[in-house]
Write a protein that binds this ligand. Sequence first.
Ligand SMILES: *Cc1c(COP(=O)(O)O)cnc(C)c1O
Length: 376
Amino acid sequence: MNIPFNKPCFIGKETEYITQAVKSGKISGDGMFTKKCHDFFESKYGFKKVFLTTSCTDALEMSAILLDIQEGDEVIVPSFTFVSSANAFVLRGAKIVFIDSCLDHPNMDASRLESLITEKTKAIVAVHYAGIACDMDPIMELAKKYRLFVVEDAAQAIHSFYKGKPLGSIGHLAAFSFHETKNIISGEGGMLVINDEQFIKRAEIIREKGTNRSQFFRGEINQYNWVDIGSSFLPSDMIAAFLYGQLEQLEKVQEKRMKLWSQYQQAFNDLVVTKKVDLPKIPEYASNNAHIFYLVCKSKEERSQLIEHLSIDGILAVFHYLSLHKSPFYSANHNLVELVNSDNYSERLLRLPLFYDLTNKQQTYIINSIQRFYKS
Ligand SMILES: *Cc1c(COP(=O)(O)O)cnc(C)c1O
């Protein structure tokens, strides 16, 4: 059997809607399907204002511009995350101050946050790893106390909640991804969420190359001008058409992923009891959106052996982030503080195949292969 790590799912009217977009004669940004997607998110999750972007990376870059990040400003970012969580701010000249993960969870350890805040701190990037919420209350309280902004990197966090509140609705800004590896996809794609009203007007301009073209299209002004910095952050309506086809199937996708996730969890319970592996922890304040199922192995060596064992069985399992503070690009800028929990997850976390089309038969095959590894 050959089982990939991920397989993008196509289960709705994605191609039908793309055809519809093409036939409508308007396929650049902010067409009919973009509006449908915006309405979907604003009404379903109560996000104050959303803008589709061409990626989550772009939404993060827009956030850095909106927060007016300047040379020398400090931004606190977990080390255990995707490069874009940090890179978007580095592009504006920020210094990244890396925060460690929790001992028992890859998310940032909010109890360390206050000690990292200085006069130069401008923002905190809260990354909800595997779609599991960071502990947002203490993060938001500190942000208020020190007048900082919070950007939720909710790339993996669609349809996930913190104490009942949708992720993406808590920080001043939030960024989602629809990259083909996420739960809901459009190939490449993303979205900026604005919960703090003061940023709405400028976001519209930054997203349209620094012009007030959106106001012009709405007939509010009779010509449009270059009024700010900006870039081309808006996706074509064909991308939005694809995305809307997926959004209509959100419940179905989530139901299937949750089922697969629970089946993994049940199957590996005995390995936890015998202390062979650790499984993802869902804190009581967080929901699970079944974005990632992972095992935490006992050592880096054991993880390598397990990857090799699975690969012989035709199963592709992959690890995740290498700590950003040790990256070739940033290690020279880093203050050499040890971030042991982040390193720990870098070395020992292993993600198992989890995608909509994964069959029960395939999943049983993966489970059996792992059980065999731990028996021998
Ligand atoms: C996938 C991901 C991103 C990047 O998303 P793109 O849409 O590919 O730009 C950023 N942050 C995290 C945590 C991610 O998982």
